[in-house]
Write a protein that binds this ligand. Sequence first.
Ligand SMILES: Cc1ncc(COP(=O)(O)O)c(C=O)c1O
Length: 383
Amino acid sequence: MKVYFDNAATTPMAPEVLEAMMPYLREHHGNPSSTHQFGRKTKSAIETARKSIAKLLNCSPPEICFTSGGTEADNTAIRGAITQLGVKHIITAPTEHHAVLHTAQACAESGDVRLSMVRLDAKGRVDTDHLRELLTAAEEKTLVTLMHANNEIGTMIDLDEISEICEAHGALFHSDTVQTMGHFPFDLAKTKVHFMVGAAHKFHGPKGVGFLYINREVHLEPLIHGGSQERKMRAGTENLYGIVGMAKALELAYENMEGHRARIASLKQRMKTKLKEALPELSVNGCEERSLYTVLNVTLPETAQADILLFLMDIDGIAVSSGSACSSGSNQGSHVLRAIAADEAASAGPSIRFSFSRYNTPEEVDYAVEKVVKHLVGKEVVK
Ligand SMILES: Cc1ncc(COP(=O)(O)O)c(C=O)c1O
């Protein structure tokens, strides 16, 4: 049996998405910048995709800029806010994805901005009083960058609350929504966020394509110079079939979002209940009350050895992650768990992230629980 529980790292592409992409892989090859009919055909596909995404998010098409994924979109927003919007101060959190954290740190190291870290509690929740304090004390133009849902532990912010705090203090607000795009509905006519991000491969679309939402109130100059694609925002021939696939994937996600959510949330609950029953010492990381329904992050008993357990699960055909897949192999442990509970995380057992999608089943949950318990209780992975 093969069980894929690493959907926060990437999701399998939906068959309907591949179908929508095929004509642009097989037949329609024109460069979208060409004015002849081959180019007009592909240009029109890109603009249809842009309109479709904008409609789903309730924003206008020019506010959507296609990118190569979440990392590029985060970089464009943060660096653009500094170079073109006068930002001299960034407020972020130590649990952000490295696409944000390393970008903000690099900008601070080069002397472009001052960097402040907002306080978090042990569940990874933002201390909004501290955020207000930081904003009140700031004399420079500030960008707040806080992720909508954490990719490792699933803790979520209240996007509307944070956006209102930012607005009250005249700060710009960027939210890395890579893990929630296609999983939660957004109404950008109501939510006052300046920048938001999508990566198609997190919602059953293709890899290597994403987008940055840029609120019409702000204007960015290109990060990548060259041709005049993406209204001169991002030069380079567009990832045509990727963009077409991404729009289709987002349409599918919105078609039955509540149904998918209920189904995935029940898989997560099933896994949590069964694991807790079998392993009472296990603890759940993150904020269970306000959590991404696709992610379950648990810390195992102190005696368990993560690398051996993951190896055995891999042999069983079960794919999970020990923290963020984006840094897998680096073997440095989770910067997220370290940030929220430095002392406890250092002494506790290893953490495992199970992340689910609409393609998972209750049988897969039962199989994974059976194997984890067997390896742990059977002492195969005891130190
Ligand atoms: C929260 C978050 N932000 C950004 C990224 C980076 O996205 P991409 O891999 O599309 O560049 C990821 C990927 O795991 C993520 O989870």
